[in-house]
Design a protein around this ligand. Structure first.
Ligand code: SAH
Length: 386
């Protein structure tokens, strides 16, 4: 499967030695490889540092698969898949609804595989994974009756790849009902957010259930991920989303589970928080899980202002002793920046914020310490005190 070689400069080599998996185009000295091929990567003295996917388009020219001179063949990929399954088994992850491969986090850059019951949703994000798609399809088809390739993510454009969806095997139903920790949730694998749902928040949904109580607000609810899980431990839950489609989903999901204390509301969360405050409403639990406000470094400052605004408003709406479960899925907002922003918001609200838990994405999205890009979701569970 290997063909080609790339020589990298010292800065790129140092980066790999420190445990990152990427080499930028600016650190490439010489290329003898076709787009998307698996290459041997050498330093300028000719020593093989490892094997990597080569991209002819992206600024991230190399994504490492392995260190050292190990052969990359079908059994290499088979083993990577087995290791990923093995980790999830050890972690006690639900095999029927989970991320099976989390790209760099599973040492398989550019590849995402989610399992929804007996169906797989695959995202190939780079030239390298597109090239091995036929082999992967064969491998996966031995175990799963149908595979949806959701190769319609915009990040593929950075690699010069077309956006498309393909189904291999049995057709994918329009709506699938899955069981997330005892709650039935309807989702669309072909049209839903991400690969169909926010698997990355599943562990946090459960954590929220441990603290939520009283009158709760789930301000960016989507299909009701948090709202459905906390409904039984709360008196009432307001589930807000700006999208009419999402509001329809949470309403239907609440009904499907016989949960009568969830009120689905179509509104802009920024306005809703402000209006509720004006009307003198008070809450015991508020959950903030907005979309990524910072899509890149340039938008970081504006994003932090946005995060601060909703967190400050939520803090002011909480009773003393209330719980704020607050998330950011912007990679550029580091855990440190997020904590600082929260401290600023608490200062302006005139409250203390006690950290009950500092959490990340679900454990089927493993984080590599030396690849900070693998950590994108932060979730703080705070107790607000006045
Ligand atoms: N909490 C959900 C995932 C939320 S995704 C879960 O755990 O499954 C973010 C959601 O925020 C999307 O559904 C999007 O429609 C919604 N959204 C984006 N901007 C919004 C705004 N200004 N007000 C309310 N909802 C918003």
């Amino acid at each position: 499967m290997e063909n080609g070689s790339v020589v990298i400069r010292k800065r790129g080599a140092d980066r790999i030695q420190r445990g990152h998996l990427w080499v930028y185009r600016t650190d490439i000295a010489n290329v003898d490889a076709a787009p998307g091929s698996i290459v041997s990567v050498r330093n300028e003295r000719g020593v093989v540092l490892g094997k990597a996917f080569y991209s002819s388009k992206s600024q991230i020219a190399l994504r490492f698969l392995a260190r050292g001179n190990v052969p990359i063949d079908e059994s290499f990929f088979r083993l990577r898949f087995e290791l990923a399954d093995g980790l999830r088994e050890r972690l006690g992850v639900d095999p029927f609804l989970s991320r099976r491969i989390y790209s760099e986090g599973d040492f398989l850059p550019g590849l995402i595989i989610d399992r929804y019951q007996d169906r797989l949703v695959v995202q190939s994000l780079i030239q390298g994974t597109d090239k091995i798609q036929p082999f992967m399809t064969e491998l996966l088809r031995q175990r799963y009756p149908s595979i949806l390739f959701r190769n319609d993510s915009r990040v593929r454009e950075l690699e010069g790849l077309e956006l498309k969806q393909e189904v291999v095997g049995e057709p994918i139903p329009e709506t699938l009902i899955v069981d997330e920790d005892g709650k039935k949730i309807a989702l669309s694998l072909t049209a839903g957010q991400k690969t169909g749902s926010y698997l990355d928040q599943r562990d946090n949904h459960q954590a929220a259930r441990r603290y939520a109580h009283g009158h709760a607000l789930d301000a960016f609810t989507y299909a009701g991920g948090f709202a459905l899980q906390i409904s039984e431990v709360c008196d009432r839950v307001e589930a807000v989303d700006i999208s009419a489609g999402a509001v329809e989903m949470v309403r239907a999901n609440a009904k499907r589970n016989g949960l009568t204390n969830i009120e689905a509301i179509e509104a802009n969360a920024f306005d809703y928080l402000r209006d509720q405050h004006r009307q003198g409403a008070r809450y015991d639990t508020i959950i903030l899980d907005p979309p990524a406000f910072a899509k890149n470094k340039e938008s970081l400052e504006g994003a932090l202002r946005g995060y601060k605004e909703i967190n400050n408003r939520a803090m002011r709406l909480l009773r003393s002793g209330g719980i704020l479960i607050t998330c950011s899925c912007s990679h550029h907002v580091t855990e440190g920046l997020f904590a600082e922003m929260l401290a600023d918001a608490a200062k302006d609200a005139g409250c203390w914020a006690r950290v009950l838990e500092r959490r990340f994405q679900s454990r089927d999205h493993p984080i590599l310490l030396t690849v900070p890009e693998t950590l994108y979701l932060k979730c703080f569970i705070l107790e607000i005190r006045y």
